[in-house]
Design a protein around this ligand. Structure first.
Ligand code: ARG
Length: 387
């Protein structure tokens, strides 16, 4: 059922086909004014001034573009790094956590323009509808939500026709059969030939990452410096997190690092085949995890695995604003207080391998562990322990 009488809708606008068609669709179907909101979350190669102009040309009342890169990195990605955030052990949650930044911003803008509804372009089969709607309602329980893709039953061809009829421009990249989402933390691709799980992803899918076969013949080393679990420097240079991630995306991406091809279990119960390109995310989580092992006790490390796994599930499932995450983060932050030091990694043709770690906080004791002369571990004590 359609919500009654809506005057102003804030539409989460990417500039792509679905949300462009939506500008007109909402005006026609609901007789409402449309204000668009587009966030800069570090999606590469996108000209957001053009996106804004496109929204206005189609007929939006107003079009907001907000640079949220720094906030995304510092308030969302940093938490995920500390939690080694990987859903089902593999997916760095790049699309998932970005949705919650959007929830926060759209509630702010809706309030500012006095809108009574928020519209998004997510489908009824995916996770993003859950994240947007559960997230937005957690922040503003009174706002109405519109998900036109769930109700308009247009096929892609019908949408293209609709666009043509209303003079909505269609980009060449939208002729490709993939559904994608991208930001600083990575790119997701679905649909088209990827829907057959037995097909290797075609090279045209990859944008962040060089196909490993075409990556340089020589390995490259990177050094990441962490402070309390958060990356602070890259190869000796101190950088704000969003810039560090941008640089690392190109460094690691060049070496083919960060391709994830997985079967994923969605919130709604569907299994789907997903292809991700997350060079910086894969590298930073690998480095962080290793440093954590270096500075924490066996029992801390074991226990944290189960906390991290829960954290990733909640973040994936749309529950970012549930207080349970704050409680888990209490543990996660406490453990990360000591996670400072540097990790060196080798990037080579699709692989990333830790090659060195240094930390003032390390619990590793060379003299205890060593098999060389000068070792201090009392081996005579072992038989009693075993018995
Ligand atoms: N499966 C991923 C997730 O739920 C990615 C979804 C991305 N959306 C897209 N249009 N490709 O987080």
């Amino acid at each position: 059922a359609k919500p009654s009488k809506i005057d102003t809708v804030v539409l989460l606008y990417s500039g792509g086909l679905d949300t462009s068609v939506m500008v007109k669709y909402i005006q026609e179907e609901y007789g409402a004014d449309v204000v668009t909101l587009t966030l800069d979350l570090g999606q590469p190669g996108v000209d957001l001034e053009k996106t804004k102009q496109k929204a206005l040309d189609i007929g939006a009342e107003d079009a907001y573009v907000i640079d949220a890169k720094q906030e995304f990195a510092e308030d969302f990605i940093a938490k995920s790094i500390k939690a080694n955030g990987l859903y089902q052990g593999e997916y760095p949650l790049s699309t998932a956590i970005a949705r919650y930044v959007v929830c926060e911003k759209v509630v702010e803008i809706a309030d500012e323009v006095d809108a009574d509804a928020v519209a998004h372009g997510a489908t009824g089969k995916g996770n993003d509808q859950v994240r947007f709607e559960a997230g937005i309602l957690s922040l503003d329980p009174d706002i109405k939500l519109l998900a036109p893709v769930r109700e308009w039953s247009m096929t892609r061809d019908k949408e293209l026709e609709y666009a043509e009829k209303h003079g909505i421009p269609v980009e060449a990249s939208e002729e490709l059969p993939y559904s994608t989402d991208e930001n600083l933390w990575g790119k997701s691709s679905e649909c088209g030939p990827l829907e057959d799980p037995s097909n290797e992803p075609p090279e045209e899918v990859f944008e962040f990452v060089t196909y490993p076969e075409n990556a340089p013949e020589e390995p490259e080393y990177v050094e990441i410096e962490f402070e309390a679990g958060v990356p602070k420097g890259l190869n000796g240079e101190e950088l704000p997190l969003h810039q560090l991630i941008e640089e690392l995306n190109s460094l690691a991406g060049k070496h083919g690092v960060g391709i994830i091809d997985m079967m994923e279990d969605r919130v709604v119960g569907l299994k789907s085949r997903e292809v991700y390109e997350c060079p910086a995310a894969v590298t930073l989580i690998e480095a962080h995890q290793e440093l954590e092992k270096f500075v924490s006790t066996k029992h801390e490390n074991q226990f944290k695995q189960s906390v991290d796994q829960k954290w990733a599930e909640y973040a994936y499932n749309g529950l970012w604003f549930d207080p349970v995450l704050d409680h888990l983060e209490g543990f996660i932050d406490s453990m990360n207080k000591n996670v400072s030091g540097t990790v060196e990694l080798k990037l080579y043709k699709g692989s990333v391998q830790v090659t060195g770690r240094k930390s003032e906080e390390a619990l590793y004791d060379h003299d205890l562990a060593s098999y060389e002369e000068g070792e201090t571990f009392n081996q005579e004590a072992s038989p009693g322990f075993i018995q």
